[in-house]
Ligand binder design. Structure first.
Ligand code: LLP
Length: 463
């Protein structure tokens, strides 16, 4: 994400302030297909449309802010992952990125499996008809109730994250007269090149059991002895928003190394490995993500090569992409409220949402793009910071971007690539009402998660 700090053509400032931005694009009206959902385009009047519906009509019908998800794009990306990995591998969509019943049905119809990491996600999956045996249950501190529900409902696998959990799941399965299929999550000691809070394979963190010091081998040893467990494989998730495949390569090498040690010690060849999710997407035009078929090819080759070298049967591979499927399929539609030019600095554009619908900028310093979508404009580019309406100066949605200088209150702007970890991490800060998720498909729009109301807020307030 290297960016020049000296773009040309400023407005409101002769010298642009420090910031993470490229030169303003030659044409602010052009929508980069890298960051926008597949069916997004402009109509002959310059209004942006998605799934055949223009954003003015969407704003009128559903209000703003709103997350607008392109169902055809979601299905196409899910299918692309499915077909890239083929029949000998499994794709588990990571529900934490965004989960709703409609999404569960789309996944089911497109042949994907589902990774859930809480009782709430499991309940959503089951209530929308995802077969339990296609669900993987994750988490570093699953409650007894969650484990019981997962085992009772017959989830396809529980991913064990600690020594205590190995025993807990075995006891619960046994007391229910069942044998639960499990994977053991290990940390392989890879430093993924991503934000510290979303890197998960280095050892100094809460997830998984370290390979280092023989701890992962010991976990396998114990799990293999317990009657309630059927150990089917090893799991590794190295982090999120990763572009560089070398981390996966090292992870696969180490996971296969453990499989080999297990074979040598126990005479057992575990049949599955899961390499987690974490594949990056384009938030701005500077990001260059890989296509699912390239990722599938790279991962399959690495595992096959490592297994041949270790004289192991190649295990069935599974992956857990969340962001890479849902992230690019949605944008957040906002209405511009106030515009505040600060001479010598930048122009603050306030929208009707903010950190309550997208915490990622504040939390990870994430970068986003933004565009004027209710019309085109030939005005000069102006350097803006898109901010929300919360009582906090860190309430930033897009830190540095360019919008046309004739931007006015009432214009609609949209932030692309907000399908992942925006609605799912949304909050009620300042008693904000969380925006709806509206699915568009072939000229029709449908609310799949409705906007919160003040009654929803007051219903919980029982004091
Ligand atoms: N599998 C496991 C075990 C995970 O922990 C995660 C993400 C995934 C799969 C999916 O990763 P993805 O393909 O979506 O990157 N809130 C952060 C991301 C946290 C990810 C947590 N685990 C963000 O907004 O960037």
């Amino acid at each position: 994400m290297s960016r020049s700090a000296h773009p040309a053509g400023p407005r409101h400032a002769d010298v642009l302030p420090e910031g993470h931005y490229s030169a303003p694009p030659a044409d602010l009206n052009t929508l980069d297909p890298k960051v926008w959902a597949q069916t997004v385009t402009r109509d002959q009047d310059g209004v942006v449309t998605v799934g055949g519906i223009d954003v003015k009509a969407l704003a009128e019908e559903h209000g703003t802010p709103a997350y607008i998800v392109d169902e055809a794009d979601f299905r196409a990306r899910a299918r692309a992952w499915r077909s890239a990995f083929g029949a000998d591998a499994d794709v588990f969509y990571a529900g934490k990125a965004f989960l709703s019943r409609a999404v569960v049905r789309w996944l089911h119809e497109e042949g994907l499996n589902l990774d859930v990491c809480s009782g709430g996600e499991l309940a959503t999956a089951l209530s929308a008809g995802m077969p339990a045996d296609r669900i993987a249950f994750h988490g570093n501190n699953k409650s007894t109730e969650e484990i019981t529900r997962a085992v009772e409902s017959g989830v396809g696998r529980i991913v064990l994250d600690s020594f205590q959990e190995i025993v807990r799941v075995a006891h619960i399965a046994q007391s229910l007269g069942k044998r639960q299929r499990v994977q053991i999550r290990i940390t392989v000691g890879v430093e993924a090149h991503t934000h510290e809070f979303i890197a998960t394979a280095h050892e100094d963190q809460k997830f998984g059991i370290p390979l280092a010091g023989g701890q992962a081998a010991e976990a396998v040893r114990r799990a293999l002895q317990l009657d309630g467990l059927d150990v089917i494989g090893i799991h590794s998730h190295i982090g999120s928003q990763i572009f560089d495949m070398s981390g996966f390569e090292v992870a696969a090498h180490r996971v296969v190394g453990l499989l080999k040690d297990i074979r040598d010690e126990h005479g057992v060849e575990l049949p599955e490995i899961d390499l987690g999710g974490g594949l990056g997407i384009a938030y701005t035009s500077d990001d260059d993500p890989r296509e699912p078929h390239e990722i599938a090819k790279a991962l399959t080759e690495i595992v096959t090569r490592e297994c041949e070298a270790a004289r192991l049967r190649t295990p069935r591979i599974s992956v857990e992409p969340g962001r890479a499927i849902v992230g690019p399929t949605a944008f957040t539609l906002y209405e511009v409220g106030t515009i505040k030019p600060l001479d010598g600095l930048r122009t603050y554009v306030s929208v009707d949402g903010g950190m309550s619908d997208n915490i990622r900028t504040a939390l990870y310093d994430a970068e986003y793009s933004v565009a004027l979508v209710s019309r085109t404009s030939d005005a000069a580019p102006m350097l803006v910071r898109v901010v929300g309406k919360h009582c906090e100066s860190g309430d930033i949605v897009v830190k540095d971007a360019f919008l046309p200088a004739d931007l006015a209150p009432g214009d609609l702007i949209a932030v692309p690539a907000t399908g992942a970890y925006c609605r799912s991490m949304a909050s009620n800060y300042n008693h904000a009402l969380r925006p709806p998720v509206v699915a568009v498909h072939e000229g029709a729009s449908r609310v799949i998660v409705r906007r919160e109301t003040e009654e929803d807020l007051l219903r919980l307030d029982v004091g």
